[in-house]
Design a protein around this ligand. Structure first.
Ligand code: FES
Ligand code: FE2
Length: 391
């Protein structure tokens, strides 16, 4: 299936800056060997979307929330993933857990929102669970004589906390195997120390585009001058200039900032890649981490109800946790700016692609050699799903 040589991971060092600078000076980009043709059905077939959900998304470790969102013992967050309500807790000993947020009595939801709590009381008949999921309270227990209360805790999903995220597999009883999943990206992610970042904010919205099409918007800088021309991305980032590295199924891209060419003349300029380019990871299957010099955007995309509708969750963490109102205000400004670029620029454009996919009568899309990251996503998904592309 792969007709291009796989490019081995390069460490996040000055060599990455050197490669990006070379492309910047030539107004060029790293390219795939050939164009890639993709059938429209890849984005709109309902059976394929079902397969993506059942064979990939419910079987693969997903980063559910950043650790920093539950920094203290007894912090908790409820979020919905693929229609499942999840209760994520940090117990009094500091260990994180991911539970299905469904009461073992008759299925109501014991927790909602986010905060700090030692107990979660179901709103229906007040069964109460602790932060380890144990059933610790049950009004009128004489109605339930003979049951073993210890076996009626919340259903816990396999989870693990690593690199500043709480990961889980959405299938109870499955193995998580996070090391094998991350593969060569494990050591790469460790370099960022995301566990030390400060959680700031998140927003969730839906969009009329395939979740895979949405992910692809974060794998090429070809659209930057057209979609982001008036915004910060368009002003700060070179158009159609990218460095690409594969890390197993995952990939890393560098999008050089306009000031990278100062390295030619300014000996005091930093060669730290994170100062000279937006470093963006695709963590298979559904997560984008977009690093800037001050923080990281965490963007996850999932199918929602139809092949060309998706849910997007966009969070942000600051490299240095905010400790003053002034810093929090600054982070608010940064988050509002990056969120506007995603919501008002990318996700204003993307529903048009969704419409083209639904209504189009051309049989394929064509992905350019310059869209090397998009090609990688499509090839990895096609491999995982066992489908063939047109090339
Ligand atoms: S459904 Fe939760 S206590 Fe009855
Ligand atoms: Fe974009």
């Amino acid at each position: 299936m792969h007709n291009q040589p796989l490019i081995g991971p390069a460490p996040l060092d000055e060599n990455l800056t050197r490669r990006a600078l070379d492309f910047a000076l030539k107004s060029s980009t790293q390219m795939a060997e050939d164009v890639l043709r993709v059938p429209l059905n890849y984005y709109r077939d309902e059976k394929l979307t079902e397969l993506e959900i059942n064979a990939i998304l419910r079987r693969t470790p997903l980063a559910i929330v950043p650790s920093a969102q539950l920094a203290a013992p007894n912090d908790y967050v409820v979020r919905s993933v693929l229609g499942d309500s999840l209760l994520i807790t940090r117990d009094s000993g500091g260990k994180s857990h991911v539970f299905l947020n469904y009461c073992r009595h008759r299925g109501a939801m014991p927790a909602c929102g986010a905060g700090n709590a030692k107990r979660f009381t179901c709103p229906y008949h007040a069964w109460t669970y602790d932060t380890t999921g144990q059933l610790v309270g049950m009004p009128g227990k004489e109605g339930f004589t003979g049951i073993d209360r210890a076996t009626y805790g919340l259903v816990e999903l396999p989870s693990e906390e690593r690199h500043g995220f709480i990961w889980a597999v959405l299938t109870a009883g499955a193995d998580i195997e996070l090391s094998a999943h991350l593969g060569p990206l494990d050591a790469e992610l460790a370099q960022w120390n995301y566990a030390d970042y400060g959680y700031h904010d998140d927003r969730e919205f839906q969009s009329e585009v395939s979740w895979k099409g949405a992910l692809e918007a974060f794998a090429e800088g070809y659209h930057f001058p057209f979609v982001h021309g008036g915004g910060v991305i368009g002003q700060n980032t070179l158009p159609n200039t990218m460095v690409f590295d594969k890390f197993g199924n995952h990939h890393r891209m560098g999008f050089p900032f306009t000031w990278i060419t100062n390295l030619e003349t300014d000996p005091s300029a930093s060669w730290d890649p994170s100062q000279q380019m937006g470093v963006i990871y695709w963590i298979y299957p559904n997560l984008i981490l977009a690093n800037s010099p001050v923080g990281v955007e965490i963007i996850d995309m999932l199918p929602a109800a139809s092949p060309t509708r998706c849910t997007v969750r966009h969070s942000w963490m600051g490299r240095i946790p905010a400790t003053t109102d002034e810093q929090r205000d600054l982070y608010d400004q940064i988050y509002n700016q990056v969120h506007a670029a995603v919501r008002d620029e990318d996700f204003v454009m993307l529903p048009q692609c969704g419409e083209g996919v639904r209504q189009g009568q051309h049989d394929h899309m064509i992905i350019g050699r310059n869209e090397i990251g998009v090609q990688n996503m499509i090839r990895v998904f096609a491999d995982a799903l066992g489908i063939s592309l047109l090339d």
